[in-house]
Design a binder for this molecule. Sequence first.
Ligand SMILES: Cc1ncc(COP(=O)(O)O)c(C=O)c1O
Length: 412
Amino acid sequence: MKSMAAYNGREIPKEDKVFAASGAALEAVEKYGPEKVINATVGALYDDSGELIVLKSVERIMKSLPAKSYAAYAPIAGTPAFKNAIAKAAFGGYEPKSYVAVVGTPGGTGAIRNAIANYSQPGDKILTHSWHWAPYKSISGELYRGIERFEMFDEAGNFNIEDFEYKVKKLTRNQEHLVIILNTPANNPTGYSLSMDDWYGVKRVLDDIPEEKKIALVLDVAYIDFAGEPEKVREFLPVVDNLRSNILPVIAYSASKTFTLYGARCAAMICLAYSPEVAEEFVKVNSFSARATWSNSPRAPQEVIERIYADEKLLAEVEGERAKDRDMLLARGRAFEKAASECGLEIVPFSAGFFVTVPCKEPDALCEKLKEKNVFLIPLDRGVRVSVASSSEEKCRRLPAIIKETMAEFGM
Ligand SMILES: Cc1ncc(COP(=O)(O)O)c(C=O)c1O
């Protein structure tokens, strides 16, 4: 017997490309030493010597938790103090006008999963941009939904509001529900952040949708706290806080990057509902889904975040530490961008964040060739992803010329 599994229409590759590439990079580091290898595969922030950055303040609080803080179950939707704290973290200084409700999830992944499960129907298409985080498709597939992509950029390199509008209209013609996922600021894999003009365009398109259609606008803000100044990167909030009653904005806010709690699995889905009934229903349906998939989320990271927001001094310490790491990351991104422009390497429009993308025709072949030079990147469908989060500024400065030269060897 060759197979026991029921594939149910899913295409399941032999191995995950990201994990395969980072595995190969780690082997090379072991063999040749960290200085000889550029491992730009990782989706987590590393320091210049190749160590995972963990906020010291977060580590200290985590280690001080009494046993019952991690051993006891948390309520299905999260502890009340966590829900308050994570909403404060997500909104920063902004005070929403809409009805806010919060459901804790194990990572932003859980928030995206629940939003798709509860705001679309089996057989529906989920709309996202052409450059997107690969799990959107696999999560949709697991839930018997498909993906429709709008071209993220037009020929001039601007956010492609025309294609967004075309795809929204096309899908709402046949679907009663539509989940739209926008990953901004600091999109994975491009690093692009929607401008305020882009946001006004999104609002104009959504305002035009017939009222009987139900839209969930999922904002995957996984990288928001590394995308720039906290107030600046939240400037779009008043726009999504002012949409019509048939649009439900859902913010997928993850503690993975913001609090360096990647493996602790902590996040929240936060809605900005038009009415208290819709907010209440949001808690009901998403708690039900949580119970039926992972049940409750880990309690320990919820207590860590609770404690941070209960103590002003501690919050200032966490924010101070994060600001230093963010500035280091922003400097790496700028160094890569500058070096790319100096050597004539084209990149997909970039603003900030963990990743930069280089568009190219044969991403897999290019990554294989780069491996021979001990440079490890992630091949995508139409380009290669470079993690500036896991490469020092000095390596970010060197990388564009190496990529450019390797592309030239291919005649690209
Ligand atoms: C775009 C994007 N969204 C969401 C996530 C979710 O991460 P987590 O489930 O660890 O919060 C990631 C993580 O890499 C991501 O890159």
